[in-house]
Design a protein around this ligand. Sequence first.
Ligand code: CAA
Length: 256
Amino acid sequence: MTYDTIKAELHGNVGLITLNRPDSLNALSSQLISELAEALKRMDKNKEIGAMVLTGSDKAFAAGADIKEMQDKKWPETFNEDFITDEWEQVANCRKPIIAAVAGFALGGGCEIAMMCDFILAAESAKFGQPEIKIGVWPGAGGSQRLTRLVGKSKSMEMCLTGRMMGSEEAERVGLVSRIVPDADLIEDAINTAKQIASMSRPATLMIKDIINRAYETTLSEGIRYERRMFQASFGTPDQREGMAAFVEKRKPKFS
Ligand code: CAA
């Protein structure tokens, strides 16, 4: 399958999607979002793929929703079409783990898409921000909610109210990104990390994603109860028997 605004490739059991609108710093046009959602849906269903990586260019992961495309929209239209839901949320709705590999700008919708991924690997050059206030609006793809949960109220308020960008070191310090890597190593590191995940038990990776995400949706006691029930269910999988037997027999597990 070929696309106009993204590239979708396989690297063994990893799906790599590269946002590809270099002339507009990967501004998230409706076509790009449709193509991204379509490619992710395919990869999520593809049994050969165990994890995905989403990346952009050296200069920009994505500089936000496409301002030129949306500038003339009016309220009834945005409401009626439920602008910035549905296909955008496909990133968050993937069942398989998805890593955002971010170099350069991740602004507005770009930062929001990165935060919809399961974790963010940042190149040294990465810059994150919710600068919507500078164009007279505010985050619309989950930024006010996900950023606040990830970095806390004070930092989120400052970022959204001033529109200032956060560099990779600050982003790692405050927990927005999991690790910083040199720009030249970003894609290779992200693919290798995804391959490592894809080599694990598939039910285990899906379940871990599910139980961690539950932490954002429920109380601590309910979350712990859910985790324990799911842990108990792991004893119904062949991979539990294989993983534990392999440990005891001092060999590598062969997950099914
Ligand atoms: N939409 C459309 N086009 C964009 C864009 C965007 N979000 N961001 C950059 N571009 C375009 C520019 O218009 C420019 O195109 P032309 O060459 O045709 O003029 C090209 O990309 C290169 O951009 P710049 O010349 O501005 O590059 P720069 O290096 O000087 O600045 C930047 C980079 C700081 C990222 C700057 O481009 C910028 O501020 N972009 C807008 C960032 C923004 O406001 N994002 C939030 C959008 S709203 C949103 O995302 C809502 C939501 O919650 C979903």
